[in-house]
Design a protein around this ligand. Structure first.
Ligand SMILES: Cc1cc2nc3c(=O)[nH]c(=O)nc-3n(C[C@H](O)[C@H](O)[C@H](O)COP(=O)(O)OP(=O)(O)OC[C@H]3O[C@@H](n4cnc5c(N)ncnc54)[C@H](O)[C@@H]3O)c2cc1C
Length: 234
């Protein structure tokens, strides 16, 4: 466990989807540490023998009063986290990481696979508050509708955005019934957004394979690599 570990108190537990929970956290010292939308904390469960801990992105926006992580229960750490109750504590690091926007006004093209939406949600909420005219396009891939996290919140933010936040859903394992599209996100769909906003930054977050495939695809299509930011969840 690291020396700069602090203790977070679980203040609220919000179910988001099957096996996905948002934990609202507050440091026991009561001061929310500064962070950028897109950063993460490392959580420690030394009893698992996994000394380095595991990373969890912040789903909250830095301009909210609290901070939160959103976790999909898949294994040892994540299931321990989603089992937390109000009043429990978690040892974790201060927020850090380099997956954040360097610009205030340029368009953002966000590509999320499943739980990879978490840091992108933080960026969306932050931008909508601080730079509401910033153009954001989110392409969000999920297996089925029940896997889609934050759908209501995203749709509401989009509805209030005067067209500045566009959200496209893709389903890989079920036929679309509502506003979704069928299949994986085609690289050509992302590239079309880029052609519309060539000053944009692109952010890709999801599994290692998801991030690798889209990074390669976009690079191959001609997007300059310095415009592509990636965060792989592993
Ligand atoms: C920068 C970063 C940010 C991240 N942000 C988030 C986030 O915001 N939210 C989030 O949910 N995750 C996030 N992750 C992923 C997170 O760090 C963990 O990797 C994830 O929660 C899995 O860890 P675990 O200990 O729960 O799973 P593990 O126990 O390591 O299991 C991993 C996989 O192995 C499978 N598995 C485990 N045990 C067995 C077994 N006995 N037999 C067969 N299969 C098994 C599980 O089904 C699972 O698919 C992030 C990762 C990084 C690097």
């Amino acid at each position: 466990m690291e020396n700069n570990t602090i203790t977070y108190l679980v203040q609220e537990v919000i179910p988001e989807a099957e096996d996905v929970v948002t934990l609202r956290l507050r440091p026991l010292q009561n001061v929310i540490p500064p962070y950028k939308a897109g950063q993460f904390i490392t959580v420690f469960f030394p009893e698992t023998g996994h000394k380095e801990g595991k990373s969890y992105s912040l789903s909250s926006s830095p301009n909210e009063s609290g901070m939160s992580i959103t976790v999909r229960g898949v294994g040892t750490f994540s299931n321990k986290l989603i089992a937390k109750k109000i009043g429990d504590t978690i040892n974790g690091s201060l927020p850090y990481g380099y997956f954040y926007s360097e610009s205030e006004a340029n368009a953002m093209i966000l590509v999320a696979g499943g739980i990879g939406i978490v840091p992108l949600m933080s960026m969306i909420k932050c931008s909508r508050k601080v730079f509401p005219r910033r153009k954001i396009i989110l392409l969000f891939s999920n297996k089925t509708p029940k896997h889609i996290i934050f759908r209501n919140e995203l749709n509401e933010l989009s509805r209030q955005s005067d067209g500045n936040l566009v959200v496209e859903y893709y389903l890989t394992q079920e036929m679309p019934k509502m506003e979704e599209k069928k299949g994986r996100i085609p690289v050509s769909d992302i590239f079309r957004c880029y052609e519309d906003f060539t000053d944009s930054e692109l952010f890709i977050c999801g599994s290692i394979e998801f991030v690798r495939d889209y990074w390669r695809g976009l690079k191959g299509a001609g997007v300059p690599v310095e415009k592509i930011y990636t965060e792989a969840f592993f």
